[in-house]
Design a protein around this ligand. Structure first.
Ligand code: NDP
Length: 337
């Protein structure tokens, strides 16, 4: 059983030495348990938070413990009446080959799913996050302007495409020309602006001539600074993530903009609401799965995956994800089905 453990806590950006690849004995399932072999591991921005020794909505990973994460796995051996050898499940198996489970936290994916890895992306946590955050908190109405950053990632790409299905004008923000072109040509965004451009804030203002009604917040930092003055009266801001700050070790340099933020929220009666997808919306997964399954089947939603081969490449891919080196949902394939 190969596995990647947290060797030390990062100061700022994670580095290779914060992780350790090791090999231990394959676990043996007891009565009532299954042995799962992971085929796909998910990489997600929240994993950076679990590397810190800080109180959050979930406990940190302990030093020398396996890094956490969702996996799409197959049953290799079963002593559990509900699971048979070969079937696929979604598990929270972490960065390793094998996991023993009593079946409680598993979601069945069937014997022969057509796209097993989609359970980590468009049909799973990121897709669900986009759907609930946009529709429940963002509450977009046809004709309104939605802005979303990390526009080609699994959350942002889905937010924008659902926004288009709801009849909105969608302006994406992404890093680099290639991602911006993809957002417009493949995902169908009306515009996409490169946040690395020197005149980024100016371009955003130009392309949001009627202001912003829904800003789906994925990144924070200078992107939010550019968005804030463009928010309309009654705007909604689903607060989903702040990836530009995940490696930060201190507050940003001044000036302090807190009073500007609060003053804007007040006079424009803006609703800004954070959410943690499974904690807040876990019981609504079936509603999402039904709509998304239908949209995918009808070709109304495009989905880009970046499949990286090999557990040994996982840490490099993770460090890259936090810097925008990924293009689409990053999935690590660690074993053949
Ligand atoms: P992505 O695959 O989109 O990866 C992150 C992307 O963020 C990068 O590719 C990069 O895109 C962008 N990015 C990184 N640094 C910066 C920066 N400094 N400024 C602007 N953009 C930056 O990730 P996901 O779609 O999986 O997640 C998107 C967000 O949603 C994250 O913040 C994540 O934490 C959050 N999330 C929250 C959940 C919740 O329950 N609240 C659940 C799931 C995700 P680019 O190159 O285009 O800039």
């Amino acid at each position: 059983n190969r596995r990647i453990v947290l060797a030390s806590r990062p100061q700022g950006e994670p580095v290779a030495n914060n992780f350790r690849l090791e090999t231990v004995n394959k676990p043996v399932p007891a009565e009532g348990e299954v042995l799962l072999r992971a085929v796909y591991l998910s990489l997600d921005p929240y994993m950076r938070g679990r590397m810190n020794d800080a109180k959050s909505y979930a406990d940190p990973v302990a030093i020398d413990d396996v890094m956490v994460g969702a996996t799409v796995s197959q049953v290799e051996a079963s002593n559990h009446p509900d699971y048979k050898v070969g079937e696929w499940v979604l598990a929270f198996g972490g960065w390793q080959d094998y996991l023993v489970s009593n079946g409680e936290e598993l979601m069945k994916l069937g014997d022969n799913p057509s796209h097993p890895s989609y359970a980590l992306g468009i049909m799973g946590m990121p897709g669900f996050t986009a759907y609930m955050g946009l529709l429940d908190i963002g509450a977009p109405k046809a004709g309104e302007t939605i802005v979303v950053a990390a526009a080609t990632g699994p959350v942002g790409a889905t937010v924008g495409q659902i926004g288009k299905l709801k009849g909105c004008r969608v302006v994406g923000i992404a890093g680099g020309e290639e991602k911006c072109r993809f957002a417009k040509e493949v995902l169908g965004f009306d515009e996409c602006i490169d946040h690395k451009a020197a005149d980024f804030a100016q371009q955003l203002a130009t392309h949001c001539g009627n202001g912003i009604d829904v800003y789906f917040e994925n990144v924070g930092g200078k992107v939010f600074d550019a968005v804030l003055p463009l928010l309309n009266i009654g705007a909604r801001v689903p607060l989903c993530g702040l990836i530009s700050q995940y490696n930060a070790t201190s507050l940003p340099d001044g000036p302090d903009r807190l009073s500007l933020l609060m003053g804007t929220l007040l006079v424009k009666r803006i609703k800004m609401q954070g959410f943690i997808i499974f904690d807040d919306y876990g019981d609504r997964y079936p509603e999402f799965a039904k709509d998304m399954g239908q949209w995918l089947g009808e070709g109304k939603i495009q989905y880009r995956e970046q499949i990286v081969d090999g557990l040994e490449n996982m840490t490099t891919a993770f460090i890259g994800l936090l810097k925008g080196e990924n293009f689409g949902k990053v999935v690590i394939k660690i074993n053949d089905p």
